[in-house]
Write a protein that binds this ligand. Structure first.
Ligand code: FAD
Ligand code: GLY
Length: 392
């Protein structure tokens, strides 16, 4: 088990000059996306004084762009590993977690227990679905294959080209922009100091028992422990922490139609993308995976592909055009797994980044794991595979 200073100290022991320090916080979190805010919420519930510093607006990057699916069984098709377990654990935490966020914040957000359908269009695809179901049964995943009439009873407007689907009743979705607003309010109600529009935050000094941070707009901060949850921008800290943190932005372009008479009842997954209906009367269709640096614009090519595919899945969409298109930057590591844990050579720094396609799903489990690391406890899920030193 990692040992380290706890987050209960009241004053910094940093030897660096502190003349310009705006404030001291036992725990500082860099990045106010879903990961940073979830960690802040969990740590504040445990009685830790937390400050979150965000370059722009909380939830303004990948988090606000997300489709909000909680769908590990559809997203992870290969044999299970500790990442699958982490995702499944998080899905199981969600019902209580989202209720807590709702209660503490006093804010509502859509949490739809829709279930999902993972489609097959050919017999050969059906075999792949059957083998997926086979290993998922050992993990007690609720799933069944539905074919023909049974499939169209579940999803009446689906293309008749679909021959079968795996039905996952436990895969749900939420409305990410409202969820992150509620998380933000819940944090504030628990006394978390949220510093937004701080501009770039950088390390000025890192010592064994503390960190000095400098921001472009909001002065300097000192802290005993600092969590890096800066999403797709995490590699910018590599030089400061002397460890490779190879997180790259993978752009996801996504679009939405206005819903009409025809209703879509489940999350619909296919090899080419997904479609789901939101409670606000929109049909969301995502998403591309492209490399465009830190550019969050959409392209004709990217959106056209989504439009073609969504019309193939739901022919009634041929009558419509998307009214809204946007993009976000998924934080992706080289092996696709997140970076979770304390830096052994700089124990005042903890990394929580690289959640790639599943950051919304992984919000509760990441919060609990990182809060345990902050407190010097052993998390009750295995995180060795997510060691932030593994690319060294
Ligand atoms: P972000 O939300 O990007 O937050 C990082 C924050 O750090 C940003 O606000 C940024 O401004 C701040 N920051 C960066 N550098 C600094 C700095 N130097 N100083 C201060 N602040 C800094 N996941 C799911 O689970 N389900 C889905 O259905 C889903 N759909 C998606 C669809 C799309 C189109 C996209 C793009 C992503 C989707 N994801 C989904 C993935 C999910 O959005 C991400 O995994 C998740 O939002 C990552 O959260 P984060 O907090 O790490 O990153
Ligand atoms: N998890 C869906 C996406 O990243 O597009």
């Amino acid at each position: 088990m990692e040992t380290m200073t706890t987050a209960t100290k009241t004053g910094s022991r940093l030897s660096s000059p502190l003349a310009n320090v705006s404030s001291h916080s036992p725990l500082m979190i860099v990045g106010g996306g879903v990961i940073g805010l979830s960690i802040a919420f969990e740590c504040a519930k445990r009685g830790i004084k937390v400050t979150v510093v965000e370059k722009g607006i909380c939830g303004g990057q990948a988090t606000g762009a997300a489709a909000g699916m909680l769908a590990p069984y559809s997203e992870i098709g290969e044999d299970p590993d500790d990442f699958f377990t982490l995702c499944q654990q998080s899905l199981k935490l969600y019902p209580d977690w989202q209720q807590e966020v709702r209660t503490v914040s006093g804010q509502d957000f859509e949490y739809s227990e829709s279930g999902s359908l993972h489609l097959a269009f050919h017999e050969a695809d059906e075999l792949a679905l059957e083998s997926r179901l086979e290993w998922q049964k050992d993990w007690h995943v609720q799933a069944e294959i539905v074919r023909g009439e049974a499939l169209f009873r579940l999803e009446p407007h689906l293309t008749k080209a679909a021959v079968a689907a795996v039905y996952y009743p436990d895969e749900h979705h939420l409305y990410a922009p409202d969820y992150v607003k509620a998380l933000q309010t819940a944090c504030q109600k628990l006394g978390v100091n949220l510093v937004q529009e701080a501009g770039e935050v950088r390390f000025k000094a890192i010592e064994q028992d503390g960190v000095l941070l400098v921001t472009e707009q909001k002065g300097m901060f000192s802290t005993d422990q600092c969590v890096l949850s800066s999403g797709a921008w995490t590699s910018f800290f590599e030089g400061d922490v002397h460890v490779r943190l190879p997180v790259v932005p993978i752009r996801g372009q996504i679009c939405a139609y206005q819903q009409g008479q025809e209703k879509i009842k489940h999350i619909i997954f296919s090899s080419q993308g997904y479609v789901l209906a939101k409670g606000n009367g929109t049909i969301v269709c995502g998403a591309s995976e492209d490399i465009a640096g830190f550019d969050t614009s959409t392209t004709e090519k990217g959106i056209d592909r989504l439009v073609k595919w969504s019309r193939h899945l739901f022919p009634f969409l041929k009558e419509k055009d998307p009214f809204h298109r946007w993009a976000g930057l998924r934080p992706a590591t080289q092996d696709g797994y997140p970076l979770l844990g304390r830096l052994r050579h700089m124990p005042s720094v903890i990394v929580a980044s690289g959640h790639y396609r599943n950051g919304i799903l992984l919000s509760p489990v990441t919060a609990k794991v990182i809060a345990d690391v902050v407190e010097g406890r052993q998390p009750n899920v295995k995180i060795d595979m997510f060691d932030p030193h593994r690319f060294q």
